[in-house]
Design a protein around this ligand. Structure first.
Ligand code: PGA
Length: 255
């Protein structure tokens, strides 16, 4: 049975003290919950990952980074290597978020190298894909997402693809307050699972979690999460307040 995942992507938010408070509140909020098949992942900025990992040792959540370098450790000023993230207890890395693709010119080629670095260092990539508004208006969203998967992931072999989590994040729904409807999201998730099945077989595709991201909030989380191919969420703004994030975690049924 594939895992359900609720991951909080804090982006570039929170001072040290605020981060400490938020991690504490989330950790305590889920401390008494028995998760059967659900994992909570916090992805704070790099600076706070060690603090989050210290908490995670005592509580039932995992820690991810929002990005990693495409390079191994060495002379790359300002970069953070996957091996370094792993060494402080990080378990996941978001890769290919649309903000990285757009503002930092991350190409499919760079992203596939980041996926390799993650896997080599035992980090689970949360590989993001999703279309811009003009693409959806032109009804080319399946073509674009299909290409992102082919270029960024489908060079992996069967063994490695099962170590990946996919996140569908329509760019027009990120931080805009506009969410894909549950049926729009399900339609794309089903497409992604079919692409995975076409390349790797039904059994493999059935095991890969596909998360939805884009203005998930307590009020819409349930309707999204009950869709058959939506296995959780990558939550931006909704992960910055503990009460909202805890409600979103609760909305993902743990069966
Ligand atoms: P949002 O961001 O929930 O604020 O729309 C999601 C994301 O970018 O991962």
């Amino acid at each position: 049975m594939r895992k359900k995942i609720i991951a909080g992507n804090w982006k570039m938010n929170k001072t040290f003290e605020e981060a400490n408070g938020l991690i504490n509140e989330v950790a305590k909020g889920i401390a008494n919950k028995e998760f059967f098949n659900k994992e909570v992942v916090l992805c704070p900025p790099f600076l706070y990952t060690e603090m989050a990992a210290d908490f995670a040792d005592d509580y039932n959540f995992s820690v991810g980074v929002q990005d990693i370098s495409q390079y191994p450790m060495g002379a790359y000023t300002g970069e953070i290597a996957a091996e370094m993230a792993r060494s402080v207890g990080v378990q996941y890395s978001i890769i290919g978020h649309s903000e990285r693709r757009s503002y930092f010119n991350e190409t499919d080629d760079i992203l596939s190298r980041k996926v390799d670095m993650a896997l080599e260092n035992e980090l689970t990539p949360i590989f993001c894909c999703g279309e811009h508004l003009d693409v959806r208006k032109a009804d080319k969203q399946f073509k674009v997402v299909g290409e992102q998967l082919t270029e960024g992931l489908f060079y992996l072999d069967k063994k490695d693809i099962t170590r990946v989590v996919v996140a569908y994040e329509p760019v027009w729904a990120i931080g805009t307050g506009e969410t894909a409807s549950p049926l729009q999201a399900q339609e794309m998730h089903e497409f992604i699972r079919n692409q995975l099945a076409g390349k790797y077989g039904e059994d493999v595709a059935a095991e890969i979690p596909i998360l939805y991201g884009g203005s998930v909030k307590p009020s819409n989380a349930h309707d999204l999460f009950i869709q058959p191919d939506i296995d959780g969420g990558l939550i931006g703004g909704g992960s910055l307040k503990s009460q909202d994030f805890l409600q979103i975690i609760e909305a993902m049924k743990d069966e």
